[in-house]
Design a protein around this ligand. Structure first.
Ligand code: PLP
Length: 395
């Protein structure tokens, strides 16, 4: 018997993430390959208290069906935070709760991409987005991500040449590179897009994780009517709650809501209520500053080791990732395979470049390993590089 899978699915490349998570689960391997927040920073006790309070005070409604747009007090909290933190005049009616911001990628693909539609994204770009969009069979155009954001000339030429449904970007501490767009570049991209039919899909998974606590103005500030923001509690509270949101102009939100209803009716209400209670009883700012001070230190440590190894790398202002460039003649795929044998998982840059390239780059996640694991893991990286270099024939 042969299952009649859709053409769409048959054409989708297998997810490299599956392989990565499989490797990362081996306890003998120190993994810089995953994308997990530091487990020890999840406030287990706070979430336990919030869970009990919700069950005791409003357990029956928490376990009922609800509306697709999400729990109103949580949407109010998110809108308030846009106003107080970023000066963006958000209202709860413009916010829709989703089942992790990954769901935004799927639903945005569903409502914006027809087979052959043109979309733009950064190269390197977020693997989860490449996977999610690819299922809708777009033509993906990439713009190199250079210092300060997407290459402005290539971006402008692309927007003028193609009728893009959207350009997807991660302006804050991008995954995989750790790059943050400069404020000037944000303004410039907005000027290029203004008046076109191309939406800017601003994935802000890391916007709260700046090491110095200061935020950059989002693209939404410069291009309010054309920007769709996705946000997430995964990196700042707990990914297992699976709560993210979309903040979008009304015409987008209406279609998004409809597509989400068809997909899953609504996100987990129990999780939404636990999170809301947690946010009411605890200071999110204090919690985030605990997280960022740990990530800042881990990032510094990784950079120090990479410098000692002579590897060029990005210098993140926040987030959980950075990218390094390997010495000439060393392929990142080879490093991945050899590294696993040495007990270290380092992700090759290749899958982050949908149009090809990136063979000489690696992505390093610094949030998940402990400080001790970073020390040992970087030793192993040094050994692996040394062994590979020793085998390169000298010309
Ligand atoms: C850039 C980016 N966007 C979205 C997501 C999805 O996160 P979640 O669905 O947990 O909100 C991730 C996860 O790592 C990410 O790195």
């Amino acid at each position: 018997m042969q299952f009649c899978f859709s053409d769409r699915y048959k054409k989708t490349p297998g997810s490299f993430l599956d392989e990565l998570f499989r490797v990362s689960r081996d306890p003998a391997i120190i993994s810089f390959a995953g994308g997990l927040p530091d487990t020890t920073l999840i406030d287990l006790e706070g979430i336990r208290k919030a869970t009990i309070a919700v069950l005791e005070d409003e357990g029956r409604s928490a376990l009922q069906y609800t509306t697709t747009d999400g729990y109103l007090p949580l949407r109010e909290y998110i809108a308030d935070r846009y106003r107080s933190r970023l000066g963006i005049p958000a209202t709860p009616a413009e916010i829709q709760i989703v089942n992790g911001s990954q769901q935004c990628l799927d639903i945005m693909g569903k409502i914006f991409i027809s087979k052959g539609s043109h979309i733009g994204m950064e190269a390197p770009g977020y693997l989860g987005a490449i996977d999610a969009f690819s299922l809708y069979e777009p033509r993906i155009h990439t713009v190199p991500l250079i210092e300060g954001g997407p290459d402005p000339d290539i971006f402008e030429a692309l927007v003028k040449r193609e009728r893009l449904s959207f350009f997807y970007g991660i302006p804050n501490s991008q995954n995989p590179s750790g790059t943050t767009y400069s404020d000037d570049r944000r303004r410039h991209l907005a000027e290029v897009l203004a008046g076109s039919d191309c939406a800017f899909f601003e994935d802000d998974a890391f916007g709260e994780l700046f090491f110095d606590g200061k935020a950059h103005p989002p693209m939404k500030r410069y291009l309010p009517e054309q920007t769709v923001i996705s946000g997430s509690f995964s990196k700042i509270i707990a990914p297992g709650l699976r709560i993210g949101w979309i903040f979008a102009p009304a015409p987008v939100l209406k279609r998004f809501n409809h597509a989400k209803q068809a997909a899953d009716l609504h996100s987990n209400l129990f999780s939404q209520m636990i999170l809301t209670r947690y946010l009411r009883d605890n200071s999110l700012d204090d919690h985030i500053s605990r997280i960022t001070s740990v990530y800042k230190e881990k990032c510094r440590l990784v950079c120090e080791h990479l410098d000692a190894l002579g590897l060029a790398h990005t210098n993140p202002e926040g987030g959980m990732f950075l990218m390094a460039t390997l010495p000439e003649g060393i392929s990142s795929m080879h490093l991945f395979e050899e590294g696993v044998r040495e007990g270290i998982a380092i992700l090759p840059g290749v899958p982050f470049y949908p149009a090809g390239g990136g063979e000489e780059t690696i992505r390093i996640n610094f949030s998940s390993p402990s400080v001790e694991e970073i020390e040992v893991g970087m030793e192993r990286l040094s050994k692996t590089l040394h062994a590979i270099r020793g085998r390169i024939p000298h010309s």
